[in-house]
Design a protein around this ligand. Structure first.
Ligand code: KG4
Ligand code: ZN
Length: 306
């Protein structure tokens, strides 16, 4: 509420345009925390009404899913085709672990989500447990520190202590994620003084490598189920986004998987993978072009299934 006016003013100045040049106002409608959504919604409605512009309420997850259509479109010399519908989106961040089938603007099917922790949350806890220092790492924080440690480690030494989540007969075919068991197993392993000494960097690196590999295994196993399930739908791409998608081990695994299904893997640049305003504006453009304008009486949707 304090900062929105100056942010909006700054953005319009930076773009070198007048507010009257805008075609429409897009705003996050949900899901999210009610006070945050309300602050944005009220500002957007006021702006739209005063400027007499159409308003577009955007679903946070739709915005994540559609960002890849902006970044490939505008990338110079890009050999990556823009994902046309239908495509699969894997959204892996500190708050989400989600597989979506994107069928069209406003048309999504959630194929899987996490039953407990998000993958980024589990990674952050593991990094903390390993006492990795990430204050100096900047963006990406604990995840980047874990990846760095893992790059100097061997995953096979501790992997047997970290069981693959949901691999039992009953849940192996279920298209959801679960990271809390892996997190607990990691905590237990870290406290095994007979096996592990956190003052030895090799132990820390090997633990990080094993944990990272298990995250990749679990993500790939469930994504494979989704790709198999959608094999006959004419998919055009696999889009991976969210902070965790910048992890090279995980990205390599997704790349191998997508190649097996004959699909390009498309990852938007990290600054557009994390929550941002550009993705909301872009989704506003897509919705405006599809004629999906909302009215000024629109309300926020703190809980809003996609
Ligand atoms: O999408 P994001 O930047 O923010 C939101 O959660 O909205 O994702 C942040 C998450 C954090 O858990 C962070 O540790 C993780 O992404 N992350 C990584 C890497 N970079 C960021 N995890 C693993 N490897 C990375 N290189
Ligand atoms: Zn998000």
């Amino acid at each position: 509420m304090q900062n929105l006016p100056s942010i909006v003013q700054g953005a319009i100045d930076a773009a070198g345009i007048q507010a009257s040049d805008l075609d429409a106002i897009a705003v996050t409608r949900g899901p999210g925390l009610p006070p945050c959504l309300s602050a944005g919604m009220n500002a957007a409605k006021t702006l739209a009404a005063v400027l007499r512009k159409p308003i577009l309420g955007v679903h946070h997850m739709e915005a994540h899913a559609l960002t890849a259509r902006l970044t490939t479109k505008n990338a110079e010399n890009s050999h990556v085709p823009s994902p046309v519908f239908p495509f699969i989106t894997l959204l892996i961040s500190g708050g989400h672990t989600l597989i979506l089938l994107a069928q069209g603007v406003g048309r999504y099917k959630q194929l899987g989500t996490t039953l407990d922790d998000a993958v980024g949350e589990a990674i952050d806890k593991a990094a903390r447990g390993l006492q990795l220092s990430w204050a100096t790492q900047g963006r990406g924080g604990p995840g980047v520190a874990l990846e760095l440690a893992a790059s100097n480690g061997r995953s096979d030494r501790f992997k047997a202590h970290l069981p693959l989540p949901m691999s039992d007969f009953k849940r192996a075919k279920e298209l959801n994620f679960s990271f809390s068991g892996l997190k607990t197993a990691m905590n237990r392993l870290i406290s095994r003084q007979d096996l592990v000494d956190l003052t030895r960097s090799q132990d820390v690196n090997d633990l990080a490598a094993a944990f990272q590999e298990r995250c990749a295994d679990h993500l790939a196993a469930k994504l494979e189920l989704a790709l198999e399930q959608c094999r006959t739908l004419g998919l055009t791409a696999l889009v991976a986004s969210g902070g965790v998608a910048s992890n090279q081990t995980i990205r390599n695994r997704l790349s191998v998987l997508s190649q097996r299904f004959g699909l390009p893997l498309i990852c938007p640049p990290p600054e557009l993978c994390t929550d941002n305003g550009v993705m909301i504006a872009w989704t506003g453009i897509e919705r405006l072009q599809a004629g999906m304008v909302d009215d000024y009486e629109m309300t926020t949707m703190p809980r809003w299934p996609i």
